[in-house]
Design a binder for this molecule. Structure first.
Ligand code: PLP
Length: 262
């Protein structure tokens, strides 16, 4: 009975998400609806296990490498938070989705020369890891007459050398508070909190526990900076257990991207 109800809910959601009579767009919408349901289930169970209300945790759908039509399906399914990691891809996708009520999260390593473009469409930049980027984002966002929330990206894997997959970015934990100060002092920027990616190897939960310590130090000075962005498809339970407020989930919602993304 529960299963029937669930299937029916998914079918309805897929229909709302623009299932065409040919069933092709519908196939994709139904697929994403089912994935979203199982991710929300995982989040709910992780919250229950951690004794946290499910409303504490915001799900960001990471749509990198996927088309704007998937963004539209997600929006129809009630997802408001969209994450992208490359400006070249994010800028046109945000433009194509301008009619939707979305919050755009820039989550990838950000070159200073891309700050101008990102400042036009991003609502939150998760990957702020150096003072020069703070100044440039501030300058560009003021030019645009906008505001931008910034998170300090913390490197939880400082021993990893830039290898085939490349560095993941982030500031040394000891520098995080200084970067938070810089964001807070910059006109046009709002300090939101911290972000990290779990190390490629080792236990994500202990890494996220270290992130939480940094988050608490930042919050002691800036009580409004409550965001802890951590957790992806493979480790969202560990992130919820360690206090994450924002999860960045790609493959569990949209399926495999293929081998191109590092
Ligand atoms: C791609 C990406 C994610 C999502 O990863 P999945 O494993 O696909 O869920 C999260 N955070 C960052 C910084 C990413 O680049």
């Amino acid at each position: 009975m529960a299963d029937d109800g669930r299937a029916e809910g998914t079918a309805r959601a897929a229909q709302r998400a623009g299932a065409g009579p040919d069933g092709r767009a519908g196939g994709r919408a139904a697929r994403i609806a089912a994935n979203l349901e199982s991710v929300r289930d995982r989040v709910a169970r992780a919250c229950a296990a951690a004794g946290r209300p499910v409303g504490d945790v915001t799900l960001i759908a990471v749509t990198k490498t996927f088309p704007a039509s998937d963004v539209r399906i997600l929006a129809e399914l009630g997802v408001r938070d969209i994450g992208e990691n490359r400006d070249q891809e994010a800028a046109p996708k945000a433009a194509e989705s301008a009619d939707l009520d979305l919050r755009w999260h820039f989550i990838g390593q950000l070159q200073t020369n891309k700050a101008k473009s990102v400042a036009r469409y991003a609502d939150i930049v998760h990957s702020v890891d150096r003072p020069r980027l703070v100044r440039e984002l501030g300058r560009r966002v003021r030019e645009e007459g906008r505001r931008l929330t910034c998170l300090v990206q913390v490197d939880l894997d400082p021993s990893a050398s830039p290898g085939v997959l490349g560095p993941r970015g982030g500031a040394d934990t000891r520098d995080a508070l200084g970067i938070a100060d810089a964001i807070s002092a910059e006109d046009g920027l709002d300090l939101g909190g911290v972000m990290a990616v779990a190390p490629r190897e080792g236990d994500p939960e202990s890494a996220f526990a270290r992130l939480y310590e940094v988050a608490e130090r930042v919050r002691a000075r800036y009580p409004q900076a409550r965001t802890v962005s951590a957790g992806m498809s493979a480790d969202l339970e560990a992130a919820v257990a360690q206090g994450a407020t924002h999860l960045r989930v790609g493959t569990a919602l949209l399926d495999d991207r293929g081998p191109i993304v590092g």
